[in-house]
Structures are given as C-alpha cells and as structure tokens.
Design a protein around this ligand. Structure first.
Ligand code: GMT
Length: 378
C-alpha cells in the first residue's frame, strides 16, 4: 500500500509513534511518505520504502498568522496525486485530521480512487487542545469525517466521546516499540560518568518535552525526598518550556549539583539502560510512551494514575501509580524500590515482560495494517 503519514516533526510522543510506524510499515513492504514541516525526529538513516515531503508555509506581509492548515492540506494533495496514496494517516487531530479531510475533499474530484483518511488521536489533541472551545467544533467534525479513527488507549477513546461528543467508532491501537532496539544495554562507563563510579549512587530519570502537563515541579519534589533517603542523581532528558523551571527549582532546593540536564536525545536506550528508576508524575497522560520505553529497558516506573497509564502499568506489579499530587506516596514507592534490590528486580522483569508481550511492533503494527486494509477494500 502507499501510505502518507502526516505528523509533527518535533520531539513528542505522537511524532515518535508516527515515525516508528512509518519505519515498520516500510520494512513490511509498504511505500511510506512522511508529510511534515521537518524531517521527523528519530527518522534515522535512509531506509528503502521511506520518503519525506516537506510542508512549507510561506509568509506574506498581509498575514500575521501562519497558514499551516492550508499549506499542509495542499502538500497532502500533491503527494497523494504524485504517489497515488491509498491511505492518508493523520497523527494528532489538531489540525492534521482537518488537513486530511480537506485534502480528501479535493482529491475526490480526481480519477485515482480517493485515499482513505485515518486519524490517530494521541492525547493532548483531545484533552488539552482539541476540547478547547476555540477548536472543539472543527476537531470533532474532522474526527467524525475520518474514514478510520484510532486512539492510543481506552482512556483516550472514552475522553474523546465524553469531551467532544463524537459518536463514531474509535478503535484502540496502543503505542508500541521496536523491541529489538528497546532493550537494556550494559554500559558501565556511561553510568560511571553520572555516578562518579560510586556503586551506591542511584540514577533517577525523567524524559519528556518539559511542558506544564509533565509536572516538573513534582519530578523535583519527589527526587528531593529520594536524595534525602539515599545517594542519588537526577537525569533530565528532553527539552521544552519548563526545563528552565526545573533548573530554577533545583537551585531553590539546593540540589543543582545532583542534577544532570542532557537535553533532547535521539538515542534514549543508553540513558535508560543506566537508570535505576523512572519518574512520570504527569497531570495527564493518554498513554505514556516514555514510561513504556523505560519499562522495555528494565527500569521501574513511578507515575501518576491518570489517563492511559493504568493500561500500561499495573500498580505494584509492573510499576507504581499514585495520584498526580501524591508526592509523599511517589517518593515512598521510589525509595522502597531503590532500597530493595529483589523488589526492584521483580518489577523490572515484570515491566519488561509486559512490554514484550503486548507492546512490540510485531504485535501492534499489523493492527494498523488491518485498519488500512478494511478501509481500502471498502
Ligand atoms: O506529551 C507528550 O509526550 C507529547 C504528546 C504529543 O502530543 O505528541 O504525547 C501524547 O502522545 C503520546 C503518543 O501517543 C502519548 O504517549 C502521551 O501520553 C501523550 N501525552 C499526553 O497525553 C500528555
């Protein structure tokens, strides 16, 4: 099949999932065309069957507003016509589902069978942005008008029905990993760089795009309690508007020396492989791809029991979940795990097994193929 994947190129779960899906589909013999403003983060080396088409949004002195929706829809039409796309797969509803809808309307007047539009809902496109009164009517309409709609968790599916009043069928297809790459590596030299080669020092890690929803204040508050209980360092991976806030809070707590800020990284596996614990105290999380990556690398996760996280982490079995503001409970679970090697090993093993059984590309990518097949055949 010829598949156009529309996604954000910036660091963020939806772009990562879209990119990994495209790579996996190309490996399975499909022709995949990424349509985005920049080469997607994590696209990596050239791979046969993959192409990238840039969306350019020209400026004009009359416009104070960038016309992204128009330029994106126009680019989708061009790519669909030139490469005879069967499927246009929009990742993140705002405004990609709308651009896909618009382009399908234009393409419907052509000779080639009109491509089918699939929209994958990722989270904030419903919970933070899509349900905003400034967008909600058009987002709901675009979701209703897609030929197929998927959500990354049951929680997000239900939120979409409840908050946008959408009534159509939405299929849950969970996020996934390339499990051949997401596995713990042994890298003592890297670990030593952060611990000063002290075997007693534990590495606590947080990976995100540092937006307010990720609650960096809670990350710092939990870590502050951990480091008072045992020798530990905090590794902050990623970049975003709240990274400065994290540094400011660290200064206020007097723990700047215990924190390593490494910025956005494409190669996440080595950093997770040297980690002892992963913190994800988000206010909302429709799935929690970062938690899944940690689990695959045998790193126990302490997270919020919000959104889709309980579909990924079973409390007390594959990680620990607490209410988003329960700093003391999160710190207690973290300290217990870091002090109890047997419990730590059991949770790490169970978490890794859960990923390998339910969230590897080999299991999940065929669900997307089946979704496409049903639509193209119809
Ligand atoms: O918050 C992020 O990490 C980025 C965000 C996005 O919009 O790209 O992620 C959302 O989609 C991810 C991939 O499906 C999910 O794993 C995240 O849980 C979700 N983020 C939120 O719901 C806050």
């Amino acid at each position: 099949m010829n598949i156009g994947i529309v996604c954000y190129a910036s660091v963020g779960g939806s772009g990562i999932v879209a990119t990994e899906l495209g790579k996996a589909l190309a490996r399975r013999g499909h022709e995949v065309h990424f349509i985005s403003t920049e080469t997607p983060f994590r696209l990596g080396e050239f791979q046969a069957g993959l192409a990238f088409h840039q969306v350019l949004t020209p400026t004009y002195p009359l416009f104070r507003e960038p016309q992204y929706l128009l330029s994106l829809a126009n680019r989708i039409v061009q790519v669909a016509r030139e490469f005879r796309l069967d499927i246009i797969h929009a990742h993140y509803a705002v405004p990609h589902a709308t651009a896909a809808f618009l382009s399908r309307q234009v393409l419907a007047s052509g000779h080639h069978p009109t491509p089918r539009v699939v929209t994958t809902l990722h989270g904030t496109d419903i919970t933070l942005i899509g349900n905003d009164p400034s967008y909600s009517q058009i987002v709901a309409f675009s979701i209703e008008q897609s030929d197929g709609v998927t959500a990354v968790s049951e929680s997000l599916r239900q939120t979409t029905y409840a908050e946008l009043g959408v009534t159509r069928e939405i299929e849950v297809i969970p996020n996934f990993l390339d499990c051949s790459l997401h596995r713990r590596q042994t890298i003592p030299s890297l670990r030593g760089r952060f611990t000063g080669n002290d075997p007693n020092v534990k590495i606590v890690t947080h990976v995100s795009n540092f937006r307010p929803v990720k609650r960096v204040d809670s990350v710092l508050a939990v870590f502050d309690r951990i480091r008072q209980a045992l020798p530990a360092r905090l590794l902050l991976v990623g970049d975003g508007p709240d990274l400065d806030k994290a540094s400011r809070l660290a200064r206020q707590l007097g723990i700047t020396d215990l924190i390593d800020v490494v910025g956005a990284q494409e190669e996440i596996v080595p950093l997770l492989s040297i980690s002892d614990l992963f913190l994800l105290p988000s206010a909302q999380e429709s799935f929690g791809l970062a938690a899944l990556e940690a689990m695959a690398c045998e790193v126990p996760v302490v997270a919020s029991n919000v959104g889709g996280l309980p579909e990924v982490i079973e409390h007390g079995v594959t990680g620990y979940l607490h209410p988003p503001d329960a700093i003391e409970e999160m710190a207690a679970s973290a300290i217990m795990l870091l002090r109890d090697p047997e419990r730590h090993r059991a949770i790490a093993d169970a978490a890794c097994l859960r990923v390998r059984v339910d969230f590897c590309a080999d299991r999940v990518v065929p669900m997307y193929e089946e979704c496409y097949r049903k639509l193209v055949g119809s």
